[in-house]
Design a protein around this ligand. Structure first.
Ligand SMILES: *Cc1c(COP(=O)(O)O)cnc(C)c1O
Length: 389
Protein backbone atom coordinates (compact mmCIF):
# COMPACT_ATOMS: atom_id res chain seq x y z
CA UNK A 1 0.00 0.00 0.00
CA UNK A 2 1.08 3.53 -0.61
CA UNK A 3 0.17 5.82 2.26
CA UNK A 4 1.48 9.30 1.95
CA UNK A 5 1.55 12.15 4.39
CA UNK A 6 -0.69 15.12 3.66
CA UNK A 7 0.98 18.20 2.24
CA UNK A 8 0.24 20.07 5.46
CA UNK A 9 2.00 17.41 7.50
CA UNK A 10 4.98 17.57 5.18
CA UNK A 11 5.15 21.33 5.66
CA UNK A 12 5.67 21.01 9.43
CA UNK A 13 9.22 22.02 10.36
CA UNK A 14 11.73 19.24 10.97
CA UNK A 15 12.42 18.33 14.55
CA UNK A 16 15.93 19.57 15.20
CA UNK A 17 16.59 17.85 18.50
CA UNK A 18 16.66 14.34 17.02
CA UNK A 19 20.42 13.91 17.32
CA UNK A 20 20.57 15.41 20.81
CA UNK A 21 17.62 13.30 21.97
CA UNK A 22 19.34 10.21 20.62
CA UNK A 23 22.61 11.08 22.32
CA UNK A 24 20.76 11.85 25.57
CA UNK A 25 18.96 8.50 25.60
CA UNK A 26 22.22 6.73 24.87
CA UNK A 27 24.02 8.60 27.68
CA UNK A 28 21.26 7.70 30.15
CA UNK A 29 21.27 4.05 29.07
CA UNK A 30 25.03 4.00 29.68
CA UNK A 31 24.32 5.01 33.27
CA UNK A 32 25.88 8.47 32.97
CA UNK A 33 24.67 11.03 35.50
CA UNK A 34 22.87 13.47 33.22
CA UNK A 35 21.76 16.93 34.39
CA UNK A 36 18.76 17.72 32.22
CA UNK A 37 18.19 21.45 31.75
CA UNK A 38 16.47 20.80 28.45
CA UNK A 39 12.81 20.44 29.24
CA UNK A 40 10.49 23.17 30.47
CA UNK A 41 8.59 20.91 32.84
CA UNK A 42 8.47 21.74 36.58
CA UNK A 43 10.28 19.04 38.57
CA UNK A 44 8.38 19.60 41.83
CA UNK A 45 5.14 17.71 42.57
CA UNK A 46 1.66 19.10 41.84
CA UNK A 47 0.12 20.73 44.94
CA UNK A 48 -1.23 18.28 47.53
CA UNK A 49 -4.53 20.19 47.93
CA UNK A 50 -5.20 19.88 44.20
CA UNK A 51 -4.47 16.15 44.20
CA UNK A 52 -6.84 15.67 47.15
CA UNK A 53 -9.55 17.66 45.41
CA UNK A 54 -9.15 15.52 42.30
CA UNK A 55 -9.49 12.34 44.41
CA UNK A 56 -12.74 13.66 45.85
CA UNK A 57 -14.07 14.78 42.49
CA UNK A 58 -13.25 11.39 40.97
CA UNK A 59 -15.66 9.69 43.41
CA UNK A 60 -18.56 11.84 42.27
CA UNK A 61 -20.30 10.10 39.37
CA UNK A 62 -21.71 13.34 38.03
CA UNK A 63 -18.16 14.16 36.97
CA UNK A 64 -17.91 11.02 34.85
CA UNK A 65 -19.83 12.22 31.80
CA UNK A 66 -18.87 14.17 28.73
CA UNK A 67 -17.73 17.61 29.78
CA UNK A 68 -19.59 20.71 28.57
CA UNK A 69 -17.97 22.28 25.53
CA UNK A 70 -17.05 25.54 27.25
CA UNK A 71 -15.88 24.03 30.52
CA UNK A 72 -17.90 23.72 33.73
CA UNK A 73 -19.53 26.97 34.89
CA UNK A 74 -17.87 26.86 38.35
CA UNK A 75 -14.40 26.78 36.83
CA UNK A 76 -15.19 29.58 34.39
CA UNK A 77 -16.56 31.67 37.27
CA UNK A 78 -13.39 30.94 39.28
CA UNK A 79 -11.21 31.94 36.32
CA UNK A 80 -13.12 35.24 36.05
CA UNK A 81 -12.51 35.88 39.76
CA UNK A 82 -8.82 35.03 39.40
CA UNK A 83 -8.49 37.49 36.50
CA UNK A 84 -10.22 40.19 38.51
CA UNK A 85 -8.09 39.61 41.63
CA UNK A 86 -4.81 39.08 39.86
CA UNK A 87 -4.98 41.52 36.97
CA UNK A 88 -7.97 43.79 37.61
CA UNK A 89 -9.55 42.53 34.37
CA UNK A 90 -13.30 41.86 34.19
CA UNK A 91 -14.42 38.88 32.12
CA UNK A 92 -17.82 37.41 31.35
CA UNK A 93 -17.55 33.71 32.30
CA UNK A 94 -20.20 32.69 29.74
CA UNK A 95 -18.76 34.43 26.72
CA UNK A 96 -15.17 35.41 27.32
CA UNK A 97 -13.68 32.27 28.90
CA UNK A 98 -13.09 28.83 27.43
CA UNK A 99 -11.47 25.89 29.22
CA UNK A 100 -8.76 24.12 27.21
CA UNK A 101 -6.97 20.76 27.35
CA UNK A 102 -3.83 22.62 28.28
CA UNK A 103 -3.16 25.94 26.56
CA UNK A 104 -1.17 24.28 23.76
CA UNK A 105 -4.38 22.81 22.44
CA UNK A 106 -6.11 26.19 22.13
CA UNK A 107 -2.99 27.89 20.80
CA UNK A 108 -2.76 25.30 18.04
CA UNK A 109 -6.51 25.25 17.26
CA UNK A 110 -6.87 29.03 17.03
CA UNK A 111 -5.65 29.24 13.40
CA UNK A 112 -8.17 26.55 12.36
CA UNK A 113 -10.87 29.02 13.31
CA UNK A 114 -9.43 32.18 11.74
CA UNK A 115 -6.70 31.39 9.21
CA UNK A 116 -7.57 30.37 5.65
CA UNK A 117 -5.07 28.65 3.34
CA UNK A 118 -2.64 31.33 2.19
CA UNK A 119 -3.35 33.65 5.13
CA UNK A 120 -0.43 34.64 7.32
CA UNK A 121 0.27 34.21 11.03
CA UNK A 122 2.88 36.56 12.45
CA UNK A 123 4.99 34.49 14.79
CA UNK A 124 7.87 35.48 17.05
CA UNK A 125 11.19 33.79 16.33
CA UNK A 126 12.44 31.98 18.38
CA UNK A 127 9.18 30.71 19.84
CA UNK A 128 7.13 27.99 21.43
CA UNK A 129 6.62 25.64 18.43
CA UNK A 130 2.77 25.31 18.36
CA UNK A 131 2.38 28.87 17.01
CA UNK A 132 4.01 27.64 13.83
CA UNK A 133 2.55 24.12 13.91
CA UNK A 134 -1.04 25.28 14.35
CA UNK A 135 -0.69 27.77 11.51
CA UNK A 136 0.79 25.23 9.12
CA UNK A 137 -1.80 22.57 9.95
CA UNK A 138 -4.56 25.01 9.05
CA UNK A 139 -2.93 25.82 5.70
CA UNK A 140 -1.60 29.19 6.81
CA UNK A 141 1.80 30.71 6.17
CA UNK A 142 4.20 31.48 9.02
CA UNK A 143 5.86 34.87 8.88
CA UNK A 144 8.63 35.19 11.46
CA UNK A 145 9.09 38.30 13.59
CA UNK A 146 12.69 38.07 14.86
CA UNK A 147 13.15 38.58 18.59
CA UNK A 148 16.50 40.34 18.83
CA UNK A 149 18.55 41.12 21.90
CA UNK A 150 19.00 44.73 20.72
CA UNK A 151 15.17 45.11 20.95
CA UNK A 152 14.99 43.41 24.34
CA UNK A 153 13.53 40.39 22.52
CA UNK A 154 10.37 42.26 21.56
CA UNK A 155 9.17 41.98 17.94
CA UNK A 156 9.62 45.14 15.88
CA UNK A 157 6.13 45.63 14.45
CA UNK A 158 7.35 48.33 12.06
CA UNK A 159 9.69 45.87 10.36
CA UNK A 160 6.98 43.42 9.32
CA UNK A 161 6.97 43.23 5.52
CA UNK A 162 4.01 44.95 3.84
CA UNK A 163 2.78 41.94 1.85
CA UNK A 164 2.92 39.69 4.92
CA UNK A 165 1.01 42.31 6.87
CA UNK A 166 -1.67 42.50 4.19
CA UNK A 167 -2.36 38.78 4.47
CA UNK A 168 -1.92 38.56 8.25
CA UNK A 169 -4.89 37.35 10.29
CA UNK A 170 -3.15 36.45 13.51
CA UNK A 171 -0.21 37.64 15.61
CA UNK A 172 1.23 35.63 18.48
CA UNK A 173 3.06 37.20 21.39
CA UNK A 174 4.34 35.60 24.59
CA UNK A 175 5.55 37.52 27.68
CA UNK A 176 7.17 36.54 29.93
CA UNK A 177 8.77 34.85 26.96
CA UNK A 178 9.82 31.30 26.26
CA UNK A 179 12.63 30.83 25.33
CA UNK A 180 14.29 34.26 25.79
CA UNK A 181 12.92 34.87 29.35
CA UNK A 182 12.26 38.47 28.25
CA UNK A 183 9.46 40.49 29.83
CA UNK A 184 7.53 43.45 28.46
CA UNK A 185 5.87 46.53 29.83
CA UNK A 186 2.23 47.48 29.51
CA UNK A 187 3.07 50.05 26.85
CA UNK A 188 4.13 47.22 24.54
CA UNK A 189 0.76 45.52 24.95
CA UNK A 190 -0.98 48.80 24.15
CA UNK A 191 1.12 49.25 21.02
CA UNK A 192 0.25 45.72 19.95
CA UNK A 193 -3.48 46.25 20.54
CA UNK A 194 -3.38 49.46 18.50
CA UNK A 195 -1.43 47.74 15.73
CA UNK A 196 -4.00 44.93 15.69
CA UNK A 197 -6.86 47.36 15.29
CA UNK A 198 -5.15 49.28 12.53
CA UNK A 199 -4.43 46.15 10.52
CA UNK A 200 -7.41 44.02 11.55
CA UNK A 201 -5.26 41.25 13.03
CA UNK A 202 -6.13 38.97 15.96
CA UNK A 203 -3.68 39.08 18.86
CA UNK A 204 -3.02 35.84 20.71
CA UNK A 205 -1.06 36.45 23.87
CA UNK A 206 0.42 33.36 25.48
CA UNK A 207 0.71 34.10 29.21
CA UNK A 208 1.87 30.66 30.34
CA UNK A 209 4.57 32.25 32.54
CA UNK A 210 2.58 35.15 33.99
CA UNK A 211 3.00 33.75 37.52
CA UNK A 212 6.68 32.77 37.34
CA UNK A 213 8.60 35.95 38.13
CA UNK A 214 11.32 37.23 40.47
CA UNK A 215 12.68 40.20 42.35
CA UNK A 216 9.21 41.60 42.96
CA UNK A 217 8.33 41.78 39.27
CA UNK A 218 4.63 41.02 38.51
CA UNK A 219 3.81 40.38 34.85
CA UNK A 220 0.72 42.14 33.47
CA UNK A 221 -2.17 40.76 31.50
CA UNK A 222 -2.44 41.71 27.83
CA UNK A 223 -6.17 42.10 28.43
CA UNK A 224 -5.46 44.96 30.82
CA UNK A 225 -4.12 47.10 27.97
CA UNK A 226 -6.39 49.65 26.31
CA UNK A 227 -8.17 48.11 23.33
CA UNK A 228 -6.89 44.60 24.05
CA UNK A 229 -10.24 42.89 24.45
CA UNK A 230 -11.36 44.19 21.05
CA UNK A 231 -8.16 42.87 19.55
CA UNK A 232 -7.44 39.53 21.03
CA UNK A 233 -7.28 36.76 23.57
CA UNK A 234 -4.91 35.57 26.24
CA UNK A 235 -3.93 31.96 26.94
CA UNK A 236 -3.24 30.68 30.43
CA UNK A 237 -2.42 27.34 31.87
CA UNK A 238 -2.13 25.57 35.20
CA UNK A 239 0.88 23.72 33.80
CA UNK A 240 3.63 26.09 34.93
CA UNK A 241 1.57 28.11 37.42
CA UNK A 242 0.74 25.07 39.57
CA UNK A 243 3.20 22.37 38.47
CA UNK A 244 0.44 20.60 36.57
CA UNK A 245 1.89 19.94 33.11
CA UNK A 246 0.56 16.39 33.01
CA UNK A 247 -2.98 17.32 34.01
CA UNK A 248 -3.83 19.33 30.88
CA UNK A 249 -5.88 22.22 32.18
CA UNK A 250 -5.61 25.58 30.45
CA UNK A 251 -7.94 28.37 29.40
CA UNK A 252 -8.31 31.20 26.90
CA UNK A 253 -9.91 34.52 27.77
CA UNK A 254 -10.84 37.71 26.00
CA UNK A 255 -12.64 38.68 22.81
CA UNK A 256 -15.99 36.92 22.61
CA UNK A 257 -15.89 36.20 18.89
CA UNK A 258 -12.37 34.79 19.00
CA UNK A 259 -13.22 32.62 22.01
CA UNK A 260 -16.36 31.32 20.24
CA UNK A 261 -14.32 30.52 17.13
CA UNK A 262 -11.84 28.41 19.08
CA UNK A 263 -14.76 26.72 20.87
CA UNK A 264 -16.40 25.83 17.57
CA UNK A 265 -13.22 24.41 16.03
CA UNK A 266 -12.48 22.48 19.20
CA UNK A 267 -15.97 21.05 19.60
CA UNK A 268 -15.45 19.23 16.31
CA UNK A 269 -12.21 17.69 17.47
CA UNK A 270 -12.28 17.04 21.22
CA UNK A 271 -14.86 16.84 23.99
CA UNK A 272 -13.22 18.98 26.61
CA UNK A 273 -11.37 18.49 29.88
CA UNK A 274 -12.47 15.64 32.20
CA UNK A 275 -14.86 17.27 34.70
CA UNK A 276 -12.99 15.98 37.76
CA UNK A 277 -9.87 17.76 36.51
CA UNK A 278 -11.86 20.95 36.07
CA UNK A 279 -13.07 20.72 39.68
CA UNK A 280 -9.45 20.25 40.76
CA UNK A 281 -8.59 23.25 38.57
CA UNK A 282 -10.82 25.43 40.76
CA UNK A 283 -8.78 24.37 43.78
CA UNK A 284 -5.57 25.09 41.87
CA UNK A 285 -6.66 28.68 41.29
CA UNK A 286 -7.59 28.96 44.99
CA UNK A 287 -4.02 28.13 45.99
CA UNK A 288 -2.17 29.53 42.96
CA UNK A 289 -0.93 32.65 44.69
CA UNK A 290 0.57 30.88 47.72
CA UNK A 291 1.91 28.08 45.54
CA UNK A 292 3.65 30.37 43.06
CA UNK A 293 5.23 32.42 45.83
CA UNK A 294 6.79 29.24 47.18
CA UNK A 295 7.90 27.98 43.77
CA UNK A 296 9.26 31.35 42.69
CA UNK A 297 11.53 31.40 45.73
CA UNK A 298 12.82 27.98 44.74
CA UNK A 299 13.35 28.97 41.08
CA UNK A 300 14.97 32.22 42.13
CA UNK A 301 17.56 30.39 44.24
CA UNK A 302 18.30 28.07 41.34
CA UNK A 303 18.50 31.00 38.93
CA UNK A 304 21.00 32.73 41.18
CA UNK A 305 23.05 29.55 41.63
CA UNK A 306 23.22 29.03 37.87
CA UNK A 307 23.63 32.61 36.65
CA UNK A 308 26.01 33.78 39.40
CA UNK A 309 27.93 30.52 39.02
CA UNK A 310 28.29 30.85 35.24
CA UNK A 311 29.28 34.50 35.52
CA UNK A 312 31.92 33.58 38.11
CA UNK A 313 33.55 31.26 35.56
CA UNK A 314 33.67 33.90 32.87
CA UNK A 315 30.32 33.67 31.10
CA UNK A 316 28.16 36.79 30.70
CA UNK A 317 24.67 35.59 31.49
CA UNK A 318 21.79 38.00 32.10
CA UNK A 319 19.52 37.29 35.06
CA UNK A 320 15.95 36.67 33.94
CA UNK A 321 13.13 38.53 35.70
CA UNK A 322 10.59 35.85 34.83
CA UNK A 323 10.02 32.31 33.44
CA UNK A 324 12.13 29.37 34.54
CA UNK A 325 14.58 29.73 31.67
CA UNK A 326 18.01 31.20 31.28
CA UNK A 327 18.73 32.33 27.71
CA UNK A 328 22.29 33.16 26.86
CA UNK A 329 24.81 33.37 24.05
CA UNK A 330 26.99 30.41 23.20
CA UNK A 331 30.68 30.95 23.96
CA UNK A 332 32.81 32.77 21.41
CA UNK A 333 34.53 30.44 19.03
CA UNK A 334 31.63 28.02 19.00
CA UNK A 335 30.14 27.52 15.55
CA UNK A 336 26.50 26.82 16.34
CA UNK A 337 24.06 26.24 19.16
CA UNK A 338 23.64 22.62 18.08
CA UNK A 339 27.39 22.06 18.16
CA UNK A 340 27.64 23.62 21.60
CA UNK A 341 24.70 21.63 23.01
CA UNK A 342 26.30 18.47 21.61
CA UNK A 343 29.62 19.26 23.26
CA UNK A 344 27.93 20.05 26.59
CA UNK A 345 26.20 16.69 26.50
CA UNK A 346 29.32 14.81 25.52
CA UNK A 347 31.78 16.47 27.88
CA UNK A 348 29.64 17.72 30.79
CA UNK A 349 26.81 15.17 30.77
CA UNK A 350 24.29 17.99 30.58
CA UNK A 351 21.27 18.55 28.37
CA UNK A 352 20.61 22.12 27.20
CA UNK A 353 18.39 23.38 24.38
CA UNK A 354 20.10 24.82 21.28
CA UNK A 355 18.38 28.08 20.33
CA UNK A 356 18.14 27.19 16.64
CA UNK A 357 15.62 24.47 17.57
CA UNK A 358 13.15 27.20 18.49
CA UNK A 359 13.69 29.38 15.44
CA UNK A 360 16.34 30.84 13.15
CA UNK A 361 16.83 33.91 15.30
CA UNK A 362 17.59 31.58 18.20
CA UNK A 363 20.90 30.63 16.58
CA UNK A 364 23.85 31.66 18.70
CA UNK A 365 21.92 31.10 21.94
CA UNK A 366 21.07 28.29 24.31
CA UNK A 367 18.24 27.81 26.78
CA UNK A 368 18.65 26.24 30.19
CA UNK A 369 15.62 25.37 32.32
CA UNK A 370 15.65 25.94 36.08
CA UNK A 371 13.96 22.62 36.68
CA UNK A 372 16.62 20.85 38.73
CA UNK A 373 17.63 21.47 42.35
CA UNK A 374 19.98 24.25 43.43
CA UNK A 375 22.63 21.64 44.26
CA UNK A 376 22.40 20.23 40.75
CA UNK A 377 22.68 23.76 39.37
CA UNK A 378 25.91 24.22 41.31
CA UNK A 379 27.11 20.87 40.01
CA UNK A 380 26.23 22.03 36.46
CA UNK A 381 28.41 25.12 36.87
CA UNK A 382 31.29 22.95 38.13
CA UNK A 383 31.01 20.72 35.09
CA UNK A 384 31.19 23.75 32.77
CA UNK A 385 34.08 25.32 34.64
CA UNK A 386 36.78 23.81 32.46
CA UNK A 387 34.90 24.49 29.22
CA UNK A 388 33.61 21.98 26.72
CA UNK A 389 34.96 23.23 23.40
C1 LIG B 1 4.67 25.37 28.74
C2 LIG B 1 4.13 26.39 27.81
C3 LIG B 1 2.77 26.46 27.56
C4 LIG B 1 1.80 25.60 28.32
O1 LIG B 1 1.39 24.51 27.66
P1 LIG B 1 0.22 23.63 28.27
O2 LIG B 1 -0.35 23.03 27.03
O3 LIG B 1 -0.77 24.53 28.93
O4 LIG B 1 0.84 22.65 29.17
C5 LIG B 1 2.30 27.44 26.71
N1 LIG B 1 3.14 28.32 26.15
C6 LIG B 1 4.45 28.31 26.39
C7 LIG B 1 5.31 29.35 25.80
C8 LIG B 1 4.99 27.32 27.22
O5 LIG B 1 6.30 27.30 27.42
Amino acid sequence: MDFRFSDRLKRLPPYLFVEIDKAKRKAISEGRDIIDLGIGDPDEASPKEVIEELCRALQDSKNHHYPLDQGIPDLRIRIAKWYKDRFGVTLNPDKEILVLIGSKEGIAHLPLAFVNPGDVSLVPDPCYPPYKGGTILSGGIVHAMPLLEENNFLPDLNKIKKDALKKARLLYINYPNNPTAAVCEKGFFEDVALFAKRHNIIIAHDAAYSEIAYDGYKPESFLKAAGAKEAGVEFHSLSKTCNMTGWRVGFVCGNEKIVSGIAKAKSNIDSGVFNALQVAGIKALDIADAHTQKMNNIYQERRDALVDGLNSIGWAVPKPKATFYVWTRIPKGCKSSIEFAGAVLKKADMVITPGIGLGESGEGYIRMALTVSKERMQEAVERLRCGVI
